[in-house]
Design a protein around this ligand. Sequence first.
Ligand code: ADP
Ligand code: MG
Length: 482
Amino acid sequence: MSETVFEAVIGLEVHIQLSNQTKMFAPESFTFGSDANHHVSEVSMAHPGALPRTNKRAIRLASKLGLALNCQINSPAFFDRKNYFYPDLPKGYQISQDSHPICGPGHVSFPMPDGSIKKIRIHHMHLEEDAGKSIHDVTDYHSMVDLNRAGAGLIEMVTQPDLKSPEEAAAFLMEIRRIVRYLNISEGNMQEGNLRCDANVSVKPLGQEKLGTRVEIKNINSFNFLSKAIQYEIDRQIQHIKDGGSITQETRTYDPVKNRTSSMRDKESADDYRYFPEPDLQPVEVSEEEQMVLKKEIVKLPSEKYQEYRGLNFAHNESMALIEEYAFSAYFDEISQLSKESKEAANWMLGSVKAWLNENGTDMNSFPIPSQHMALFIQMVKSAKVPRHLAKEQLFPAMLKEPQKSPAELATSLNLATESNEGELEKVVTSIFEAHPNEAERFRNGQKKLQGFFVGQIMKAMKGKADPKAVNKILAKMASKK
Ligand code: ADP
Ligand code: MG
């Protein structure tokens, strides 16, 4: 009997914490990493009579993300109460959206590691407030509650079960992170918890239409763990079925230390939450005009840029490195346009510029060199007006120190410019021929391979600062001169 081959089906629920300065329905500020319970108000502490108000910016950000991901914007959309009890949820319900979320179906395309483009469907996106945090490891006897995060705005993105492997899930989530950063919607940082993801995983015999029973995995806080948790769960389910068991719908948690998932609780159904319309909040309206304004603010998305760069013959890895941060790729686009030397520009971006950013632990917004100067610099290197090694070791560092000066000015004052004046170069070539009469003789008699020897000698004499094109031209002239 041949063994059944299984395939995996994965759908993700992604929580995106908005980059808002204030909370979703409460007036207080919200920042990561402050002392416990320093960002609270009557609303987030659920004092009787305290009323929520919707943060307008949150509506705009969610709509913008929806428009970027080809979603229909539902106007009006409504808020609902999702009821459950937990100590970090003082109201006893979470304000969320159930039947009329702000964004309807859409889709996202993203690059896979093999360079192919994968497209998956978004089921919907809705707005909700975050809960507080329960802290269990401060004392032996008590759990603590920190309400700083309670009421912070979240977008929940729910995908269709279109993903087929841990690699696809990770590549998808990375694209979402890039998109929310490109659009300034969220910091998108998994470690800090402002990008979170639950993975729904099921398996079924290869080719079968009907989906298997799914398990939802919570507590995934890195891309690496997302892949590992999904892979573990796929293997576990297949093994369980092969052993004659059946999968029960449940919520499991991932333990990164043991690299395994374990059961947390049976899956709640929507009925358990007793959703009902939130009576304290107005419906959400986003007019056609507002949508037009938001659409105009949407920059070119990373997957589009990826395809553009691949079209320019950049390798997958180079293209991925170029699209990682919006400001980085925007700067790259500027200097390649200005210099008309996109290969050379990419090399500098991924070499010296990236190294500087890493060393300074910063991003492109703090990079001091104006794009015009960087473009001129790239042209100077490409046309050998400055020798490559001196450009890297001296001119680039000088530009970082004095970014307001043009690279040509700096090259002159540092005496880095290559000699391209043929008269000057001819003098040097002649003196080198005189110093090596035997080689010069053989070279004139047609021994072409001595060209390299002479170029080397000339470069040495000029400390690298000779225009190689001009040198080769002069040598060619000398070779034909008997
Ligand atoms: P709920 O409302 O109970 O959370 P949903 O139907 O909204 O359930 O689905 C939640 C997530 O689970 C979605 O991302 C969806 O794509 C995914 N999903 C649904 N069915 C399956 C399945 N059989 N296998 C894997 N993922 C699934
Ligand atoms: Mg759900």
